[in-house]
Design a protein around this ligand. Sequence first.
Ligand code: SF4
Ligand code: SF4
Length: 319
Amino acid sequence: MVQWRNEFEQQIFEVTHDRLRCTQLKTIQINLGFRCNQTCIHCHIHASPNRSEMMTESTMQAVLSATSKLPPVLIDITGGAPELHPSLQKFLAQFVNQGHRIQVRTNLTLLIQPKYQKLPKVFKDLGVELVASLPCYLEEKVRLQRGEDVFTKSIEALHVLNTLGYGTTSELPLTLVFNPLEPVLPPEQSSLEQSYREELGEKYGIQFTRLFTITNMPLGRFLDVLKDQKPKYIALLKQSFNPQTLPSLMCHHQVNIGWDGTLYDCDFNLAAGLPVSSKVPQQVNQFDPVALSTREIVTGEHCFGCTAGHGSSCGGALI
Ligand code: SF4
Ligand code: SF4
């Protein structure tokens, strides 16, 4: 008889008659560390300027050795704020040499600070795609979620990126990311994208390629901020379970490498402290593409955040 490790796993089995599994490695997500210049209330990993966790040079070499074994994949660089890593540029250049497609997740605001102003041009020259957090087109909402002046700085950075060709040319995609401020599910992605286009275009002359809506996961600082609303939010995620999202879950096709070289099924499992199954090597210096691309996925209650409503992933809505 099948033993359930949690309610999510049971729910998956009722629909698919199987556990959740990886089927192919198409994306390698790399978390460079938890340092960030911001302290957003929806952050699932408690990133802040006070965090010191950062990937070492030797772990970076182990990551490059792992990705050298792979056919072209999407390298998805995240954090914290990846821009704060002093070896970011060198790291990205080596993925380019290996023939991989690269995207960097940016909170935008660092890109206009004098020390990091050169980065947009560096990204452009390396052909790096950008995924930028802008959780609303309204200044007041961004201020509440991400802090004073974040909206103004983000708009300034978006102007810089548009001028370089990001979001205005097909070679330099610029994706914006929405997260709800309240403990609710995101609105439908394509209609919200239309509203973003109208508001950002008309008020600020900003262009972008596409919008991702991401559900806030019940993890990290967002979970802390929920306080006594946590049971209600978890219940909402569970009640909104949508089986149609299952074929597109991002853990079917990716692995996440944490700042210390530990392997996870996704960045949310990293935040939850759940490494990949112990049936496969769990450290990047033992990276085994064959074992990883057929591994069983480790799940938890937070996984209901990926299957609620239209579904959610680091690549936006699932349906
Ligand atoms: S959500 Fe992103 S920008 Fe905000 S604190 Fe977390 S890592 Fe930094
Ligand atoms: S939280 Fe991670 S492991 Fe869970 S369903 Fe989402 S992508 Fe898969």
